[in-house]
Unconditional design. Structure first.
Length: 100
């Protein structure tokens, strides 16, 4: 845990616990929301077969990104999650989304 706290620039175990909880809530919520979102878009397993899961995962990705920052804000950890988000998207080649 010490290495993770040092890598993320976190001082307290409480802050680390809050961050872990935000990650857990965000993952669960984005997966839960993907089902009605797919239904709303008319994307079904019967129509896509094998491709349903990859398409659903692609849909979960932007939902997860938005929720991560939102839940980070609500938990009082916006600065951490905003920096985390920018770093992750830059590593994925989407740094053009952020002007710096």
């Amino acid at each position: 845990m010490k290495n993770l706290k040092k890598r993320w620039g976190i001082e307290s175990n409480f802050q680390l616990t809050v961050i872990f909880i935000v990650f857990a809530i965000t993952g669960s919520t984005s997966a839960w929301l993907s089902k009605p979102f797919c239904f709303w878009l008319g994307i079904t397993n019967e129509d896509l077969g094998f491709w349903f899961t990859p398409v659903r995962l692609l849909l979960i990705f932007p939902i997860y990104q938005v929720l991560l920052v939102l839940f980070g804000f609500l938990s009082g950890q916006f600065a951490f999650f905003w920096a985390f988000e920018k770093k992750m998207l830059k590593q994925m080649g989407m740094g053009f989304l952020f002007k710096e």
